[in-house]
Design a protein around this ligand. Structure first.
Ligand SMILES: [Zn+2]
Length: 140
């Protein structure tokens, strides 16, 4: 039984989750300073511009840092451990935290190129990352 926590959309994140439901990783962009913004916010953290707009990201990035979680942190994760929790640096610039899946934990490394996939959970679609096809050879 999958009892992992399910994120809840809010007014500020509804667009993000709607895109995720369609397999798209959406980021905000600030037209005033041409910077991508993640996580979803009401104003740009760089220039405080308030006209943030949504744009689809390419969904690729590389692992900036990661940790192998060996002990389940709570209910619903018992069967998942060991698993990889990583900070992904997206090609657009922002970094986001997600799991790295479809890859043995000991094959994960800083700089590994990854691409987004979405995990359906409780009616939501969570971004997770897997190695890009060219980097998966010989793996799982
Ligand atoms: Zn800005």
């Amino acid at each position: 039984m999958d009892e992992k926590p399910v994120p809840q959309a809010s007014r500020g994140t509804a667009t993000y989750w709607e895109n995720a439901a369609h397999g798209r990783l959406a980021l905000q962009i600030c037209p005033a300073c041409d910077q991508h913004v993640f996580y979803p916010r009401r104003w740009c953290p760089r220039c405080f511009g308030r006209d943030l707009q949504w744009r689809e990201a390419c969904g690729r990035g590389e692992i900036h840092t990661y940790s192998v979680i060996c002990a389940a942190p709570g209910v619903g994760f018992e069967d998942a451990a060991p698993y990889v929790l990583a900070v992904i640096e997206l090609e657009e610039g922002p970094r986001m935290m997600a799991n790295v899946i479809a890859c043995p934990a000991d094959a994960v490394h800083v700089g590994l190129r990854v691409e987004v996939v979405f995990e359906a959970r409780g009616g939501m679609h969570l971004p997770q990352f897997r190695p890009v096809a060219a980097d998966r050879g010989g793996g799982v």
